[in-house]
Design a protein around this ligand. Structure first.
Ligand code: ASP
Length: 178
């Protein structure tokens, strides 16, 4: 279910996934952000996370979250994004959720799980998304964003950040916003 570090690399090699030099994943923009953050000590910088949720024709749901984490993070830090239930969660019959925001707070509150659970309890996706961000702010003062899909394929999204560009696609139609 959950592999990390060398074990994850071994598994990926066995599955014949293409490997890239990690140095190629560091962009000039990321380098500039790091330099900026290191000169403003203690100030964290986030905002490069990409999340996806999906529901297929048979009702299977899935979620994925990709992130560089927060700029200037400590070595060994694991944020919420790869942690099932925290930044990413999917459960057939309930729904799927992907989050962005301060990983430390999202981990403590297992927010993607909460949003998925709420949909399973009958909360409409928009409400489940809003409730998660309400919890994040009320309990730990955090701001973030979340996208969810419920078991019926209804989309919900909410953000307390300035922006969160998004796009959605159903059979025959697309929608997008920020
Ligand atoms: N959630 C990510 C982390 O804390 C950061 C982000 O979403 O921008 O690692």
């Amino acid at each position: 279910m959950f592999y990390a570090a060398d074990g994850a690399s071994d598994l990926a090699r066995r599955a014949l996934l293409p490997e890239v030099d990690p140095a190629l994943l560091v962009t000039d923009r990321a380098r500039e952000r790091l330099a900026r953050v290191l000169t403003q000590r203690g100030n964290v910088d986030a905002g490069n996370t990409v999340g996806a949720v999906a529901r297929d024709a048979r009702g299977n749901v899935a979620a994925a979250t990709s992130t560089g984490g927060i700029t200037g993070k400590r070595r060994g830090r694991i944020g919420d994004s790869p942690v099932i239930g925290a930044g990413t969660h999917a459960e057939n019959g309930r729904g799927a959720a992907s989050m962005t925001g301060p990983g430390e707070a999202i981990l403590r509150l297992t927010l993607a799980f909460r949003a998925t659970w709420a949909m399973g309890q009958g909360h409409p996706p928009e409400l489940a998304a809003r409730e998660s961000l309400g919890e994040l702010f009320d309990r730990l003062g955090g701001v973030g964003g979340i996208i969810v899909v419920d078991g019926a394929g209804r989309l919900g999204l909410s953000r307390s950040t300035e922006m969160m560009p998004w796009a959605a696609r159903w059979e025959g139609s697309t929608r997008a916003g920020s």
